[in-house]
Ligand binder design. Structure first.
Ligand SMILES: [Zn+2]
Length: 344
């Protein structure tokens, strides 16, 4: 596997296709759309292309999985800044906190939506969580807007991501952060306002961001927020987790629809999250081949390999998990446990 883990020709082609689709829909929406009925499908398509950049380009770049050259990885990671998120903060939030502390409450900010949702049995229950399996799907649409307009700025000002402190950007990183925000706000609001009314700009920005937010949440939540995944706890004080690193990743991560090549292409191999969590620095185009080896090895050593056969099965499991966590009776035991086990 030494040769060609990264810098795959397929990735460069794919990047050109997705960035091309993003540019085309953006130009058509901002410069050519003359009615709401033209702008609506174009802003939906732009939301899909935005999510496509996240799944396929920036995620590999941010994990150093795109290229052996640091500057190419950095450039690809910075496509996130263009579409409204800071690649610097992502590096901390996703690259470090999420990947190290999968499904650990207080550390993994992917499972932290504040009081709005209860995404782990260790989070406090609030009465409105009873309906989270219904309202959360809509709320996922707001997550990208919150990220664009609030999240990164809050993190920079407070010096924390969720509850965890991080090193604020300085020097070149700070310059890149500011430039990234300028580019995004110019693309999302500045330029469109030259040609369209403020109402139209806000409306179609909201559509684009909501589509991207729902798609990103659906794909990323299906990997860890399903009934089969565990919610481990670290030792109090020492911040250590008893389970070995690889086992922790395997117990908290679930693949889905491994046989669907089309889905895998569209979502940047994020249906192979088990493989991604074990080998985050390998380009996602290699996950299908790796997954057979991982599955075989797990079977050989009697370790569970979690997967859903289809995307629909993963979504159904996410729905059931949200409904279970919405019940006050589901509470955290001290040992790592799956929600399905708490029910017994
Ligand atoms: Zn990742």
């Amino acid at each position: 596997m030494g040769h060609g883990q990264r810098d795959s020709a397929r990735m460069y082609l794919k990047t050109a296709i997705i960035l091309g689709a993003f540019a085309l829909t953006y130009v058509a929406l901002v410069f050519f759309a003359s009615s709401g009925w033209q702008a609506l499908p174009l802003s939906i398509a732009l939301g899909v292309a935005t999510a496509g950049i996240g799944f396929n380009i920036m995620h590999d770049g941010g994990h150093q999985a795109y290229s052996k050259h640091r500057w190419i990885n950095r450039l690809m990671a910075m496509t996130l800044d263009m579409v409204g998120g800071s690649s610097y903060i992502w590096q901390w939030q996703h690259g470090r906190f999420h990947h190290t502390w999968v499904n650990v409450d207080g550390h993994d900010s992917d499972i932290d939506l504040g009081a709005l949702a209860r995404l782990s049995p260790r989070q406090p229950w609030r009465p409105w969580h009873r309906w989270q399996h219904i309202y959360l799907w809509l709320l996922y649409g707001v997550t990208a807007i919150r990220w664009h307009l609030y999240g990164d700025f809050r993190d920079i000002l407070t010096g924390t991501i969720g509850e965890r402190p991080f090193t604020r950007p300085r020097g070149r990183d700070l310059t890149a952060f500011v430039l990234g925000k300028l580019v995004f706000f110019t693309l999302a609001f500045g330029l469109p306002l030259v040609f369209h009314s403020i109402g139209a700009v806000v409306l179609f920005y909201t559509v684009t961001a909501a589509v991207a937010g729902v798609l990103l949440a659906l794909v990323f939540q299906m990997a860890h927020l399903v009934e089969e995944a565990a919610f481990p706890v670290p030792h109090e004080g020492s911040m250590r987790i008893d389970t070995p690193w690889a086992i922790h990743q395997l117990e908290t991560t679930v693949d889905f629809a491994r046989d669907s090549r089309a889905l895998g292409w569209l979502i940047g191999g994020m249906n192979f999250q088990v493989e991604h969590h074990l080998f985050p620095r390998i380009s996602h185009v290699h996950y299908p081949a790796i997954s057979r080896v991982v599955e075989g090895t797990c079977r050989e050593f009697g370790v569970t390999y979690l997967e859903h056969r289809t995307f629909a099965a993963a979504i159904a499991s996410h729905y059931r998990l949200l409904r279970q966590l919405g019940k006050p009776t589901i509470t955290a035991p001290t040992a790592p446990a799956r929600v399905a086990e708490l029910l017994r």
